[in-house]
Design a protein around this ligand. Structure first.
Ligand SMILES: Nc1ncnc2c1ncn2[C@@H]1O[C@H](COP(=O)(O)OP(=O)(O)O)[C@@H](O)[C@H]1O
Ligand SMILES: [Mg+2]
Length: 238
């Protein structure tokens, strides 16, 4: 008995200090997929009447919907084989695709969708709305060059990082030349209570990631994110 009490006191202290925190998701089921797609489509058309969910992005949108609803039926792609595999609801999202294929909009629209339904998520001790701010990698680097810090992006519990790989490989502040995104991803990858959503022109297993961010980040991306590809060409051009 004494031993067990000691154990719960110790575990309580660990919890108080925020160690080994994790994510608790709440399910919002059942997902009426037709209705959900119609709402997403409506949000998209509000921004651009040409918005469409079609063969090129349907798999991504359907599974982003399942992800925000916390539906265990969620699927994603294996970044190596491109086979459909079960998704992980406590991991983030990575969307690859060509410029203009609609990756950024997918993150922005799904963030709006999650917010209007007030879906909740618990990250460590904090229960909050499943909503994320989307920031471009070049803006994050500009911020560092101007202020010398990017702490904010390391610490945010959920963040959408737009255009990974498009930022300058080094940013300079007062003689300090650093790879900002490498440091942010390395840091975030060490936490089990943070969610990172990413868009990129590069597929997740591209060698550029190993070259610019190192093996550790490259392999962490896999763990941190569910992988999607949006096909098709530049939607700005039609
Ligand atoms: N699903 C869609 N259907 C039609 N047009 C879209 C769609 N998603 C985005 N667009 C249009 O294409 C443009 C590029 O989308 P964006 O998400 O910025 O592309 P990416 O981030 O992949 O470069 C947007 O300005 C928008 O007008
Ligand atoms: Mg983009």
């Amino acid at each position: 008995m004494g031993r067990v009490e000691n154990m719960s006191v110790i575990l309580g202290r660990i919890k108080e200090r925020g160690l080994f925190q994790s994510i608790t998701r709440f399910q919002y089921l059942p997902v009426d997929m037709e209705m959900a797609l119609e709402i997403v489509n409506g949000i998209g058309k509000e921004r651009n009447p040409k918005f469409a969910i079609d063969a090129e992005n349907r798999f991504a949108y359907e599974n982003l919907i399942r992800w925000v609803h916390c539906d265990t039926e969620m699927q994603c792609l294996d970044p190596e084989t491109k086979q459909v595999v079960p998704g992980r609801l406590k991991s983030g999202i990575y969307i690859a695709g060509k410029t203009g294929s609609g990756k950024s909009w997918a993150l922005e629209i799904m963030s709006a969708y999650a917010m209007v339904f007030n879906f909740q998520i618990q990250m460590g001790e904090t229960k909050r709305c499943l909503y994320w701010q989307n920031v471009r990698t070049d803006a994050i680097c500009d911020d560092y060059v101007a202020t010398g810090t990017f702490e904010k992006y390391k610490k945010m519990s959920i963040v959408g990082i737009q255009d990974l790989g498009a930022e300058p490989s080094e940013s300079l502040y007062m003689g300090n030349r650093i790879n900002v995104l490498r440091q942010i991803l390395e840091y975030r990858g060490d936490f089990t209570d943070k969610i990172t959503l990413i868009t990129s022109n590069l597929p997740m297993n591209h060698k550029k990631f190993t070259e610019s961010y190192g093996d550790r980040v490259a392999s962490r991306l896999n763990e941190m994110c569910n992988y999607f590809e949006i096909k098709g060409k530049d939607r700005r051009k039609n």
